[in-house]
Each structure stands twice: as C-alpha cells, then as structure tokens.
Design a protein. Structure first.
Lengths: 205, 205, 205, 205
DNA sequence: TATGAATGAGCCTTCATTCAT
DNA sequence: AATGAATGAAGGCTCATTCAT
C-alpha cells in the first residue's frame, strides 16, 4: 500500500478535526469530540499526535493550505487578465463567504494565535503566500495594462486580504450587513482605484 | 457616588475580566483567574454574574464601548475636515495597533462569536455604530467637498473598518509585515480613491 | 468553631490517605481511591491539596510524626533505666512489627524517596528525631551506669534504627523468618554489646 | 552461543529494565520506557513477557542474583578468616553504598513487595541465600576461632543484613548522616561483640 | 454582599494490553 | 520474533457551578 495506514489515520484525524473545529470552535472542542468524529479511540488520536497542540498545529497548517489552494486557483483560472480580475476577486471572497470548514478553522485559530505563539507560524506563511499570489498575478498584470499602483505594491496584497478577512468577520457577526454583490463591486472599484493610468508609457517591453 | 456598592463590584469584575482576557485569551481564562484579579472569591463573581457567558457578554459590550469611544473621538477631533481625515484614520488604526486591552478582547471574543451566537449582538451593534460614525463624518464631509463615492456609501464604512480589522490580524500574526506608516498612507489613498470629483457642484455653502 | 471545617477536612483526607496507602501502596493508590475513602469528591481533595505530591508530602510528615510519637513514648515510659531498656527496645520493634498503617506508609514512601527528592525532607527529619531520642535516653543512661560505647555514640542510634527497619523489611518479605522474641533478645544483647564496663569510674555525680 | 535468539532478547529486556528502574523507580517506569531503552517496540516486550508483573518478577530475580553474587564474592575472597572479616563487611556495605543499579532495583521492588505478594518469593530466597552465606563463612569461622555467638546463630546473618539494608535507607534519605568509614567500623565492632570467647574449649572436633 | 467548601463533569494524557501483519 | 496501530480504562487536574453560612 502506497499510503501507509498511519498516514491515512493521520489524515482522517486532521480532517475530522477541521470538521469539528468548524462546528464548535477551538475553545469548545475536546480530543474526545475529535476521536468520536473519526470513529477512533482517544488513545488512537494521541498515538498519532502526542499533544493537542501538535494536532492543532497540523490542523492549522492543513487548513491554511486548503484556503491557499483555492486562493491560487482564484488567480490562475483566467486567461485574459483584464476580464478575470473580477472573477478572481469573486473567488477570493467566495472562499471566505461560503465559510468553508477550512476558512472557519483559520479564522478561529487566528484568534487563538493572539495568545498562542506556536500557532502564528503557519498563519504567517499563509499570509505570505497570499501576498505572493497577488503580487504575481494582480500587480504584474495591471502593470502590463499600463496601470501604476498608488501605494507600495508590497502592501497591496496585504490590503486586499486584510479587507477580505475583515469583511468576513463583520459578516459572521451580522450576516445581513454585508451582501456578496456589494462586496465584489466594492472590491473591484477599490482594486482599480489603487492604480492610476500611466498614459504615455507604451510599454515597449 | 452614583454607584451602588454592587454596581461598583460589577464594574471591577468587568474591568478585571478585560485585563485577564487581554492577557490570556478566552480559551485560557477561568473564573478563578478573574476572581484573583479582582481580589474577590469565585463565589462573589457568580453572585454578580450567574454564568460565565453572562459575564463575557457584559465584558464584550464594555470593551466594544471603549473602542467605540475612541472611534468617536477619532472623528470628532478635527475642525478642518480635509486636513483631519488623515489624523482620523491614524487614530482609527492606533486603536487597533496599540493593541489596547479592550481591542484585544474584542478581537478574541469576535472569534468566539463564530460559535457563540449570544456574543454577536454587542459586536453587531459596535459595527453599526462605527458605520454611523464614518457615515456622519467622512461621507458627509467629502460630500461637502464635492466628492462623490464610487461605491455604495453605506458599504464604505464597512470597507474601512473591515480593512483595519483585517490588517490588525495580519499584524498580530506577523508584526514585521505591517508597518504603521504604510498602513496610514495606504488608508488615505484608499479613502480618497473611493471618491471622484464631481466638478460642477459649486457647493454654495 | 475552633477547628475550621477546612482543617477538619484536611485531617480527614490525610487520615484516609494513610489508610489507603497502607492498604494499596503508593504506586497503586489514586486520588480517586482516597476521595472514596474520605467520602468526598475528587474535586474536594484537590481543593485542599493542589497536587498529589503536596498531599503525599503532608501524609508522609503526618505518618512520620505518628511513628515518632510512639518512639518518644517508647523511651520515656520507664523510670528505672536499667530495667526499661528491654521494654523500650520492645516498643521500638512493636511500632514496626505491628505494621501499623503509619509505619507501612513510612516504609512505602521511603522507597519512593529514592526517586522523589521532595519526600526526603520529612524522612530525614524523622531519622534525626529518632537519633536524638536514643541519644538522650539510651546513651546518656548507659553512661550513668558506667558503660562506655565502643562506637561513635552519634552512630549508635542510627545503627539501632537501621537494624530495626532492616529487620522489618525481611519480615515483610518472609514473616516466618523473623520472630518477635528473637529480635528483642538480639537487640538487647546487641545494645549492651556495644558498651563496655568502665570499672573505676565511680561517677560521683 | 548458548543463547537462543529469544533468550538474548529476554536478557536485553531484563537488563534494560534494571537500568530504567534504577533511574526512575517502579512507580514512574512504563513499559514504553523499557522498550525505548532496549530499542524494541512495546509489542516485542509483551511478546517475551505477557504482563508487566511477569517482567518485574524476572527483573527482581535477576537483580537479587546480581547482589547475591557480590555477596558471595564478599565472603569467599579471603583466605585468612580473621583478617578478612573486615574486608568482607566492607564489601557487603559497598554493594549497597555504591547504589548499583541492581541494589536500587532490589530496594525499590522491596517496597512494592509490601503490597504485591508475587514479588516476595525472589526476595525471600535472596535473604535466605544471604543468611546461608554468613552462616557458612562467618559463623563457622568464628566458631573455629573459639568464639561463641551470644544470639541464636540463625538470626545472626539476618541481623547483619538487616542492619546493612536499614543503614542504606538512612543514607538514601540523608547522605551526610551515614559515613562509609563509620559504618564499617561499627559493623566490625558489632560483629565481634556478638561473640564471646570460650576459653577452654580446645575444639576437639 | 461575599466567602469558602464542595461537587461533578470533563479535559488532556498515560499506559498496559491486544492484535493484525 | 517483532512491529505498529489501536484500545479502553484510569489518572491527575481544571473549572463552572452550587450552596450553607
């Protein structure tokens, strides 16, 4: 068997953890809950992860990866850059707005990270990845379109993702207040507002 | 004094709760920790708040109020609207960037609200207040300056606060990545980018 | 109430601990067992003793004190020194031979002390007390009788108690092999053998 | 080699157990610790010893044998009986005072034996062996020298070993209190004190 | 109004043991 | 003969909650 049984169990445990955490939140999730969800004994969970912390760290990494994957997909889908910005933004919002289990877990553990240093590493990496994606696809594309950013380009993706995450939090608290359509529209306006046309640059490159 | 003895104790408990929550986070804070911080017995805390949830709800309301107060102050300081936008934004960011105890508590309980409906009300109200402030001061001011928002004006404050909260989260996770100055600059650019000049409005006022 | 309720509970817990430890030994005794024996909840035991270690430390101190009390009584009973040596030795052996709960606990925790430094202090003090008793009563009495010890007088009580404890261990392992009578006889012979008559010292005192 | 593969493993496990027990004590030693020390899996340990008790029983037997071997050596070394008593006693003390792994294990499991009948057999046999050694070498030798024991000769070795074990316990608890030199001196005085010269017995045997 | 004592459920973790491979 | 995975019963400890005083 390519996939050793242990690896399979580990994956099942991590998967179940994400489901339970999304449902109940970190503070209300016990290893017993997770064990029940996988259909294993508590002992089995501890066999694969020595401590709850170790499991949570792995879970967070996995959840971040999942969100990052959708982020990557958001940017790589389109062929014609101009047209695809909107759909990319839409997808980025969807990842959050749908409140997928993984996105919930990331949001939840993000708050834990305020007081648990160990959780910060995967999150920092996730943000850096998200930044690199925007850098690569949005910033450079707009560059080709003869648009120049009005703010430090390195900050730009941080602004974008910050905005998305912040809006997500408002939506969690008050779902009525933040409509999908409005968000997408606003995002597009915003994204474009941050660039200005650089007219007489024929971009000989 | 306007306070009844009991009200004084209630305030002390809430104050201590905010300090402890800021220090340790919701998941790691027990009523015992809070009782120690106020210098009361656990029983006394329960005398004033029947359950932990009730206390947390009150704590969140108080913390939101405190942040809202600083938000209000941020907008009312200036006399000359044009010049004060930057300082207002700066103040809004400072409330978060300084990571005051109250701001930490709001962030922490925000995550709890994901799974605890009861906590959502104070947060929703807080956001609505923040929205009203921006509406009142920024949107209307810019209106007077002959600037027209490019997005639904009601969404505008949500975007602003969303962005601020989102950037805060990134800063918690990776303090190096989000510099104060850059944030302020970007905010200003952004705020202004969302409006466009409406030329032939002589604004007779 | 002179005796606060808490003190009473503490005493009950320590008492129950001694009974359970005597019955089951340290390695097989859980806090649950102790809680059942006192008729309290596990939580109540933890309310009075923050950790199992803290409880065990207190238990050992109490058990040592109990044995020390009987040791003290052993030496102070007699009026006529010459005649009472035998009865004192007998009593010292009885403390052990009867295998009172306290004596068992001391023996059990003594072995734990091999690997748990924290338990050594009460035991060291117990031995020092035992030494002082022998010093005070046996050594000085024999001195008055014109007998001079053949070994360093300070070591003498250590030899006596060492012998008693060592014989106890053999008896635990193989009860048939160590008869009470023989032990007492041997002890007396031994005790006297360690002194020699110093003839021409009229001891004018 | 005389060993079957399996016997070799058994020996390795027992050896490792003695090392770990000496280091951590019975109450703190798990089969996992032992398995790690041998470099086997927990399963393998269970393959050779069905239960922990069975292993401990074997371990105790082995440890007792090791101590017994040194005891035997202590007595058989010398050629000239009179002179060698001191060196024999010294060796008997050294076995304990050095706190060899085996001696520690014997002391530790001795306490377990208080509550675990199964462990008593090997210890009882060990004591009986120790007794026989003293009988054979000390008692008979002294007999040849015209010395008559003042106490039941059968008890004599029990007294000797009891004393040694008891002093060891005191030394564990309070290392400063029991000096090697003093112990040896005292032992010699004691050993000789227990005999009296029987002058006109030419030993016709 | 406040305390100290106690409860009981639940938590993370450890561990001897079993078993398929 | 040995391993790795898994079990399930405790074990020590935490904690929100209750209650007599």
């Amino acid at each position: 068997m390519r996939y050793k049984k242990s690896e399979l169990s580990v994956d099942q445990i991590v998967g179940a953890s994400i489901r339970v955490l999304a449902r109940q939140g970190y503070a209300r999730t016990s290893l017993m809950d997770i064990a029940k969800e996988v259909g294993m004994s508590k002992g089995a969970v501890h066999y694969h992860f020595p401590t709850k912390e170790a499991l949570m760290s792995e879970v967070l990494t996995t959840a971040c990866d999942a969100v990052a994957d959708r982020t990557r997909a958001a940017w790589t889908e389109g062929d014609r850059p101009e047209a695809s910005i909107r759909s990319s933004l839409q997808e980025l919002w969807s990842v959050r707005a749908e409140l997928s289990d993984e996105a919930k877990v990331v949001a939840d553990l993000l708050a834990q990270a305020l007081h648990d240093r160990q959780l910060r590493a995967p999150l920092a990496e996730y943000y850096r990845f998200a930044v690199s994606q925007v850098d690569e696809h949005l910033t450079s594309h707009l560059d080709k379109l003869g648009l120049k950013p009005k703010v430090d380009p390195h900050l730009l993706p941080r602004l974008l993702h910050g905005l998305l995450d912040g809006l997500l939090m408002q939506r969690i608290v008050d779902p009525e207040a933040v409509k999908d359509e409005d968000v997408i529209n606003a995002l597009e306006v915003l994204a474009l507002s941050l660039f200005e046309l650089v007219p007489n640059t024929p971009d000989p490159q």
